[in-house]
Design a protein around this ligand. Structure first.
Ligand code: FAD
Length: 487
């Protein structure tokens, strides 16, 4: 590695808030001095840029950035903050700071890629070197395609094509750099685009939802309640990675038990914000000797579901708004704000659904099995458009992910590329009987204390279901038939 101390690189951090296994950062440190930049980006009027963060994710990003700032400072690297259009800020920052090169980890959603390509051209036109690196995925979407097709639309063939690929070794944190001088620091602060982290508005952004319950989503909510369940930042993420064996142990058999906090790893927000790389996760999973191989393999398979979501998102123009199966564009969804409010606020009268929505609201996270049940209830029993649920999850999940969220919603709604057949409708009562037979999960989140609800308690309740499960299932099937006959 050359150490040309005169060379100065700007590393633009996005969804990669870590210092270990960070190819762009390591390469930049190998070249000389480094300055970090993170921008609270807005989408341009012509739709370029990443999807604006939801409420819970804004809180997470703020906290995680504070930790990253400290970690980078220990390496002698300042982290600067800005807010606005990255198309304006990155070239401006590169010019003001007189950097020789700009590096970043690649992102894969079409609107963000288009923006990055534009910025790359602008920087290159201004005579700067620009390098993008792998960081967020094990399998970059363009590196795999089925014979005779552009991209995989079904998970299993995708998985079979990529599961044995070598992904290389994770990188350690780079070595400490020479810190900027006091004069340099003062010069940074003088640039018009430089902000304090606290001034980015991540903790006081306006909420975009509608409906009476949605108005309860204040920034204070995330800071007070959700904050009690998490400790964002790459430092804590590394500690959690060390405990991965807890989540993997018994995974093959028990990953569907929502009451057990160790039934899954709980690492999704770490991946979402890149506090850990998928390569670190894969290496850690392969490295735990005490875990049974079927548990390990079952978990690794899930990690590749995330890869598959990104594969689809990369190849499809608008996965957050367009159904992957085009015929679903004319599905006869209902317009029922009151039912939507019941779903968001967890007052549908269906135990598993209400418990899941309470877990989401209280913690910013929900177990996968319950995500499926609540999403199915919204789209099939209430016949509401999946957009509404996707948007609510986007705003309330700390792991809200531009690929996993819409792709999973489309999967449950039946309009996804690899969705289960529409007529396989989850019955949330049967799901509760199978996966929470002792009402442990339901009891915890519906506020009845350990031990859950007894059957007697349930039958006394004032929680009448807002729909009849059987009749609404029939209505969903009839709506599906109508869509098909009109297609
Ligand atoms: P583990 O079981 O420990 O799995 C490890 C990792 O594998 C996860 O962190 C995740 O990155 C990936 N993974 C696991 N299950 C899936 C899956 N079914 N699909 C894709 N990747 C998976 N996941 C998100 O990360 N962000 C979202 O916004 C999101 N929205 C969802 C919405 C709906 C309606 C549904 C049904 C699922 C959604 N998921 C989402 C997928 C899944 O529920 C979460 O990834 C999982 O619950 C995270 O918990 P964990 O980290 O403990 O997972």
């Amino acid at each position: 590695m050359s150490h040309d101390r005169d060379s100065l690189t700007l590393v633009w951090f996005r969804d990669d808030l870590r210092v270990e296994d960070h190819e762009a950062l390591t390469a930049a440190c190998g070249d000389g001095q480094v300055i970090g930049l993170w921008i609270r980006e807005c989408r341009s009027d012509d739709g370029l840029g990443p999807r604006p963060l939801g409420g819970a994710a804004r809180w997470w990003a703020h906290e995680s950035l504070r930790v990253l700032e400290t970690e980078l400072a220990q390496l002698g690297i300042p982290l600067l903050f800005a807010a606005g259009s990255a198309a304006d800020i990155v070239p401006q920052a590169a010019a003001d700071l007189k950097v020789d090169a700009v590096r970043w980890s690649r992102r894969y959603a079409p609107a963000a890629r288009r923006l990055d390509a534009q910025i790359k051209t602008d920087l290159a036109d201004a005579g700067r070197a620009v390098h993008s690196h792998t960081g967020a995925l094990l399998v970059e979407p363009w590196t795999v395609s089925p014979q005779g097709g552009d991209f995989y639309k079904v998970f299993t063939p995708f998985f079979n094509a990529v599961r044995d690929r070598s992904v290389g070794d994770s990188l350690p944190a780079p070595r400490t750099q020479s810190s900027p001088t006091k004069a340099q620091r003062q010069a940074f602060a003088g640039h018009s685009w430089v902000r304090d982290l606290d001034d980015l508005g991540l903790l006081d952004g306006t909420d975009t939802g509608s409906g009476s319950f949605a108005s309860a989503r204040t920034p204070q909510w995330w800071r007070t309640t959700v904050a009690g369940h998490w400790n964002p930042g790459c430092r804590e993420a590394a500690r959690e990675l060390d405990c991965l064996s807890d989540g993997l142990d018994g995974y093959a058999d028990s990953h569907d038990v929502p009451a057990d906090p160790d039934s899954t790893s709980g690492l999704s927000p770490r991946l979402r914000f890149g506090e850990l790389s998928p390569r670190q996760l894969l290496a850690a999973a392969l490295d735990i000797p005490e875990v049974r191989d079927d548990d390990r393999q079952a978990w690794i398979r899930q990690l590749y579901w995330r890869e598959f979501s990104w594969h689809l998102t990369y190849h499809l123009p608008a996965v957050e708004s367009e159904p992957m199966r085009p015929e679903f564009a004319s599905f006869p969804y209902e317009d029922d704000p009151e039912a939507l409010d019941h779903w968001c606020s967890g007052t549908t009268g269906i135990d598993l659904v209400d418990a899941g929505m309470a877990q989401l609201w209280q913690t910013g996270w929900m177990h996968n099995r319950v995500r499926m049940a609540t999403a199915s209830f919204l789209t099939k029993n209430l016949l509401l458009h999946w957009w509404h649920g996707e948007q609510w999850f986007w705003d309330t999940l700390v792991d809200a992910d531009e690929a996993n969220n819409p792709v999973s919603w489309q999967w449950v709604a039946g309009c996804g590329a690899d969705a289960a057949p529409y007529f396989r409708i989850f019955n949330p009562e049967r799901q509760r009987e199978r996966f929470d037979p002792d009402y442990e999960y339901v009891g915890r989140w519906l506020g009845r204390g350990p031990g859950g609800l007894t059957r007697a308690e349930r039958s006394q309740g004032d929680r009448e279901p807002i729909v009849d499960l059987k009749a609404s299932r029939q209505a969903a099937l009839a709506a599906y038939d109508r869509m098909k006959s009109e297609a």
